[in-house]
Design a protein around this ligand. Structure first.
Ligand code: ADP
Ligand code: MG
Length: 513
């Protein structure tokens, strides 16, 4: 089998990117494969090309709605019509139509992990012969990855129910623990592992310390008016993403939009499309934006707020420079925001008081619990309002407890509650440790690239010309000039942030906590 020929005829590419061929070769032989390729390394092609070599349907589990829509569109525009996405974006009629149609007509089916928990879909999928079970962004299975998704943890079972087809797990984030989690949760006993370097040599790394948030805001404005677009600015708060986007517009920057999970699905798809089609210069977003997004020419990723761990940081900056061209990642830090990541971590998981109250009520009202039925769940959710992630987390832990210790009743309620609280404490502590490593990285005077690679267990670091601020980078090379791009909107171009600050004299608006 000549893989290059298939690559040329199906995708129009002349050669493989590093690591792709070995992965595809292995998958085509029917092996289970765990593959690590850097952000932008061409992971989608690995399952797409393999799919053409294998019999049966390729089922791709993908974490985000917007990502799935993007992939489906790309494949369609590449001439592949036999592709469909099953997710909550389908309306009732579309779902029913798909459920009553013959799914065999599709070669590639994208599906969310949540949909794989819906019985009707599983029954439907069981009728197919699945030739390859793909888990994209596979680090999502790991509670030590940056995105703990409880439905991801059930994928191993789903795979079994679908007849244990060969599995391809793809990710750009994998510490040793994450790799172990992926293998455990996806029931991969002895997969062939293709671990490639996660380094992105064309992305320069810079951390800038600002005195306060007002300075940070002005520095952001200055950078945005100097860097060639398009680019992304990350925030850890929805409100802040919106607020700064408006501020930037007011200051005369054109083509600025914001994106976060509080927007409707339609709005999100629209903004994502606008960004992908080059109609936007800057997108102010939360972590909800960007996973798997394939936009080649993002020139910079600025963090207005830092994520809580290096895993997430590497993913997010990896959205820059997928075309291989020179790009830059700048992390802006101010002491005023130093507590924000701590608060985020603490707020991610339920509080002990809430857990105790919910579980007490559960047993009080419903007696011995051997399964958490929807009825119980909905009733509790009504009386103990909380966000969906926390509910899902609690439900997962209670179910886990029941599976391993039997039903929860008045007698063992105390032990059940302690189990859940203990899990929360352990996980929060682990997250704090990760945050600590990230903090150390931001404050370090040593090579940032080397430190990132070291964190992911890589020891070989190649020499990079514009590596990081600690090794020395010339920022001028990244600033707009006639030779490295242009932008319609460069009104504020020649102003330093101090001058801008004087000129605008905006009221200091404190960041939300
Ligand atoms: P990721 O590894 O981040 O999922 P993608 O699969 O989105 O990366 O691919 C990134 C880009 O690389 C896409 O534009 C894709 O078309 C392109 N690409 C993938 N494989 C090749 C190749 N062999 N030659 C050239 N471009 C490729
Ligand atoms: Mg991808």
């Amino acid at each position: 089998m000549n893989l290059e020929q298939v690559l040329k005829s199906k995708f129009g590419f002349r050669s493989f990117k590093a690591g792709q061929k070995e992965i595809i070769h292995d998958v085509a032989l029917g092996n289970d494969v765990l593959a690590l390729l850097p952000t932008g390394g061409g992971k989608s092609l690995c399952y797409q090309l393999s799919g053409y070599l294998l019999q049966g349907t390729v089922l791709i589990v993908s974490p985000l709605l917007s990502l799935m829509e993007d992939q489906v569109q790309q494949m369609k525009s590449n001439g592949e019509k036999r592709v469909v996405a099953i997710n909550s974006f389908l309306n009732y009629q579309e779902k029913e139509k798909l459920l009553s149609s013959d799914l065999n007509i599709y070669k590639f089916i994208f599906i969310s992990p949540e949909m794989l928990q819906v019985k009707r879909w599983i029954i439907k999928l069981q009728k197919l012969s699945v030739g390859l079970f793909v888990v994209d962004e596979a680090h999502c299975v790991s509670q030590w990855g940056h995105d703990f998704r409880t439905d991801y943890l059930k994928l191993g079972k789903v795979k079994k129910v679908l007849g244990s087809p060969p599995c391809l797990a793809l990710t750009a984030t994998a510490t040793k623990t994450v790799i172990e989690d992926i293998k455990n949760y996806l029931l991969l006993t002895s997969p062939n592992e293709h671990i490639n370097s996660i380094d992105r040599p064309n992305i320069a790394l810079k951390v800038e310390k600002l005195k306060n948030n007002q300075e940070k805001r002005m520095r952001l404005l200055e950078l945005l008016s100097q860097f060639p677009s398009p680019g992304m600015v990350y925030f850890s708060s929805r409100v802040k993403a919106e607020e700064i986007a408006l501020f930037l517009e007011e200051q005369g920057l054109e083509g600025v939009a914001f994106y976060h999970a509080g927007l409707t699905a339609d709005q999100r798809i629209l903004i994502q499309q606008q960004f992908l089609l080059g109609q936007l210069n800057v997108i102010c977003c939360t972590s909800a934006f960007g996973m798997g997004i394939n936009k080649a020419n993002v020139r910079f990723v600025i963090h207005y707020h830092q994520p809580t761990q290096l895993e997430a940081y590497v993913q997010e900056i990896g959205r820059a420079g997928r075309d291989g061209e020179k790009s830059i990642a700048v992390l802006l830090k101010s002491d005023e925001d130093s507590m924000l990541p701590h608060l985020l971590i603490e707020g991610e998981l339920p509080e002990s008081v809430w857990v105790t109250a919910v579980m007490n009520e559960m047993v009080e009202k419903w007696g011995t619990i051997s399964t958490l039925t929807e009825e119980i769940w909905n009733d509790l959710a009504l009386r103990f309002p909380n966000n969906e992630v926390q509910w899902r987390y609690l439900s997962y832990q209670i179910t886990y407890y029941i599976e391993h210790n039997g039903p929860i009743s008045k007698i063992n309620l105390k032990s059940g509650v302690s189990f859940v609280i203990n899990q929360i404490e352990k996980r929060t502590a682990a997250k704090m440790t990760k945050l600590q490593s990230f903090e150390e990285w931001t404050q370090s005077k040593a090579c940032r690239r080397k430190a990132i690679l070291g964190y992911f267990g890589e020891s070989k670091v190649s020499l990079v010309e514009n590596c990081c601020d600690n090794c020395g980078i010339s920022l001028e090379e990244y600033v707009l000039s006639p030779s490295n791009g242009s932008r319609k909107d460069d009104k504020a171009n020649s102003l330093s942030w101090e001058r801008l600050l004087e000129k605008i004299l905006v009221q200091d608006i404190h960041d939300e906590k």
